[in-house]
Structure formats: structure tokens, C-alpha cells
Unconditional design. Structure first.
Length: 305
């Protein structure tokens, strides 16, 4: 909610998702992608705030001022992913494949059947990880999301994959802890996006894109509270359409022989390693960082607040 009590919205008209989904059904992808590219150019031209944030982020990722083509590609990549989400919501199967050398403890963890906390970011096709966990690994997953006024894509996917997916909306923070307790008590796993600091009370600073930046650390505090392992996954588009390549981190598990402070220090080191791999992926594919918001705040200098 904003200060006036109105629900936040994604950019674009309320009927935009239906148009994207309907056009995808009617046109072959080589034709449709041209229209998506034109729409991305129009969005970049008509959204000066998002364009500015895109330019600032790309400058940090590239180490130089981005070109207009690179800013367009950033908008275009977001639009292509939105189409991919809507395809999955419409029932088109999404294939998941583990990246060689970056499976971490993922296979062992999902194969064990034990509940876990899965962290991810607004990067690439990571928003499909929860659905892949249900569809391919038969995992009951509770996805923590901020409810936008026109989040039809998430609502449709929840209806489509309801046997595996339940969304916990955090637009009412006072209900969140109760909802999380219910989810954990049911034996489900939790999926959280851990790059935006809205609606979180636990944050810390980490090295990311050339500065010490603030990130949410709630997933680790919850993992210690509920005695669950944490593993991070991001999804990179595969070579074929409707394919996601999953990069997974090693798992973090609290050491019962250590106190809370020591385990939180280990958690900080774990998340820093996760962010280092994420930054490496960003350097390779800067257009996949699908945030059109200000970059995470930089730590104040000594003597500043």
C-alpha cells in the first residue's frame, strides 16, 4: 500500500497482461518478438523514471554509461520474461535444467523431501523457480510476494499450479508472521525474493556492484527461527524457449553447537558468496537484472547516518 492506502501497481494498463497472453497465442514467436521489441522501445521512451533507474543500474554493472540500445535491451528482456510467465500461467510447460557446476546442494535437498527456504532475486527467470519446484520436484511451495494491484500473472499461476503453489502476500505485514508459521507447520517450503528491502525489518550490508549495499536478510533469521536450511537459486533463460537453467548455491544450515550470533555471522558469509555469484552472472548478462528501481542503498560513510 502507498501513503494514501492505494495498492501499488506494476507499470502499464490493467488489460496489458491479457493482450500479451492473447497475442502470444495468435502469432508465431519470430513475429511476436518484433512487436515485443517495439513495445519495449515505447516503454523505455514513456517511462522516464524506470529509464533513469535502468541507466543508473547498467552504469554500475557495465562500469560505463550505457548506450540507448543497452537500455532498450533491458526493457526488452523484462517484457520477454513477462511473456514467459504468462505462458506458464496459461499452461505451457516450462522446462528446468540444472547448470553444470552450479547445482550446489540443490539435488540432494530437493531429493530429500525435507522442507527448506529457497531464496532468489528479481533476475532472469528466477520468478519461475517456485513453479519449477512444484512442477518438476513435487514440492509444496509457499511464495512470499508483494501484492500489486495488477499482478494478474502471479494470480493466474497460483490458480494453475494450486496443488503445489500458495502465495503469501506481504501487503499486510501484520499478518505475515502468522502466515509463515502456518506454512512451516504444514511442512511446505518457503520461496522468498531477497533483493528488495521493502516490507522487511532485517537488513544488512554486503559487497555488490562496487559498493556496500543494503539487502534483506530476513530469510536467514526465519531459517534460524524455524530450523530450516537455506539455498539460493536463480534462473537464466535456456537456449530453447520455455527453458530455465537453474543456478543453485550451496545450502546454509545452522550449526546447533553455535549460538545465534555465530550462526548469523555464518549466514552473512553465505549470502555474500551468493551475491558474488549473482554479480558474476550480472557481469555476463546485465540485461537480466529485472529491477527498474533505485539500486540497493549504499552503506553510509563513517560519521554519516
Amino acid at each position: 500500500m502507498n501513503a494514501q492506502g492505494q495498492r501499488m501497481r506494476n507499470p502499464g494498463p490493467s488489460w496489458g497482461f491479457a493482450v500479451l497472453q492473447g497475442t502470444d497465442r495468435l502469432l508465431p514467436w519470430p513475429v511476436y518478438r518484433v512487436l515485443v521489441g517495439i513495445g519495449a522501445a515505447a516503454a523505455a521512451a514513456c517511462m522516464p523514471v524506470q529509464r533513469r533507474h535502468s541507466r543508473d543500474y547498467l552504469a554500475a554493472a557495465l562500469g560505463r554509461r550505457p548506450t540507448a540500445l543497452e537500455i532498450w535491451r533491458h526493457f526488452y528482456t523484462y517484457a520477454v520474461f513477462l511473456v514467459a510467465k504468462l505462458r506458464a500461467a496459461g499452461g505451457v510447460p516450462q522446462r528446468g535444467r540444472l547448470a553444470a557446476g552450479h547445482a550446489g546442494d540443490f539435488e540432494a535437498l530437493v531429493g530429500s523431501g525435507k522442507p527448506a527456504f529457497f531464496g532468489t532475486f528479481h533476475f532472469g527467470q528466477s520468478d519461475l523457480i517456485g513453479y519449477l519446484l512444484g512442477q518438476h520436484f513435487n514440492r509444496k511451495v509457499f511464495m512470499v510476494r508483494l501484492q500489486m494491484g495488477n499482478a494478474a500473472d502471479t494470480a493466474k499461476m497460483e490458480r494453475m499450479f494450486g496443488q503445489w503453489i500458495t502465495v503469501i502476500w506481504v501487503d499486510r505485514p501484520e499478518n505475515m508472521l502468522f502466515a509463515l508459521k502456518e506454512a512451516v507447520a504444514s511442512g511446505g517450503s518457503l520461496a522468498m525474493q531477497c533483493d528488495r528491502i521493502e516490507f522487511t525489518s532485517k537488513t544488512d550490508y554486503f559487497d555488490f556492484l562496487g559498493a556496500r549495499r543494503k539487502f534483506p536478510s530476513s530469510i536467514y533469521h526465519l531459517a534460524l527461527l524455524f530450523d530450516r536450511p537455506v539455498i539460493f537459486c536463480v534462473g537464466v533463460p535456456g537456449e530453447e524457449r520455455d527453458e530455465t537453467v537453474i543456478h543453485a548455491s550451496p545450502a546454509f544450515t545452522a550449526d546447533p553447537a553455535l549460538g545465534r550470533a555465530a550462526n548469523l555471522l555464518r549466514a552473512h558469509e553465505h549470502f555474500q558468496a551468493v551475491l558474488a555469484h549473482l554479480e558474476n552472472l550480472i557481469r555476463q548478462h546485465p540485461e537480466l537484472w529485472l529491477n527498474f528501481l533505485p539500486l540497493n542503498p549504499v552503506a553510509p560513510r563513517d560519521g554519516e547516518r
